[in-house]
Design a protein around this ligand. Structure first.
Ligand SMILES: [Zn+2]
Ligand SMILES: [Zn+2]
Length: 199
């Protein structure tokens, strides 16, 4: 079974290492782990589409791509399902590995901070392999709302009955205060100790 991050790796051996060379790639990345934020994400098993153009430049490979995916979550106020279509551009320069030590050091950093997105701004090729995970994750996270809503005006749920305010009549109300006082006064009139109660 492939590691979740393996699917983000693109082998660029078809791209000659001469400045000005270009290749197009259409990738359907079937993700193994969800990608997104806590309350809304692209679920595992879904596809992230990547329309990528790679261009060899003097220092490395320039990636220009459009990312397409669909994220699912729920409205934080009324809990109905919320879907967000992601359509975002990314552009990143991946530097060629200049020395083997550099690649090795970089690898260590990645292993150490696997879940930490802001460890290093520079991206590097690993031989012919370009790891698309960080720019794709960043683009998706930036496209998603931290607090998803079904609509900006969502009024949420009635706190008493749990119905959506949008589906309740404008004068919907509960006679809560009276009911609560009634219950409290009932409790107050009961005997303090239940004679049948034993520990
Ligand atoms: Zn809502
Ligand atoms: Zn209600």
């Amino acid at each position: 079974m492939a590691m979740p991050s393996e699917i983000f790796k693109l082998n660029t051996h078809e791209l000659p290492r001469r400045a000005g060379e270009m290749r197009q790639y259409q990738l359907d990345l079937k993700i193994i782990e969800k990608v997104g934020v806590e309350l809304i994400a692209i679920p595992a098993g879904e596809i992230i589409e990547v329309d990528a153009r790679l261009e060899a430049v003097a220092q490395g490979v320039l990636l220009t791509a459009q990312i397409y995916a669909t994220a699912f979550g729920e409205c934080i106020r009324c809990l109905v399902p919320v879907k967000v279509e992601i359509d975002r551009p990314i552009q990143e320069l991946y530097f060629y590995e200049s020395k083997p030590e550099r690649g090795a050091r970089r690898k260590k950093v990645i292993e150490k901070n696997e879940d930490d997105l802001d460890y290093d701004d520079e991206l590097h090729m690993a031989g012919d392999v370009m790891d698309l995970e960080i720019p794709i994750r960043d683009a998706i996270v930036l496209a998603l709302p931290i607090n998803p809503l079904c609509s900006p005006e969502c009024a949420g749920l009635c706190q008493e009955c749990g119905e959506k305010w949008a589906s309740l009549s404008p004068n919907h109300a509960h006679e809560l205060i009276d009911a609560r006082w009634g219950k409290l006064s009932g409790l107050a009139s009961q005997p303090e100790i239940d004679p049948d109660f034993k520990n």
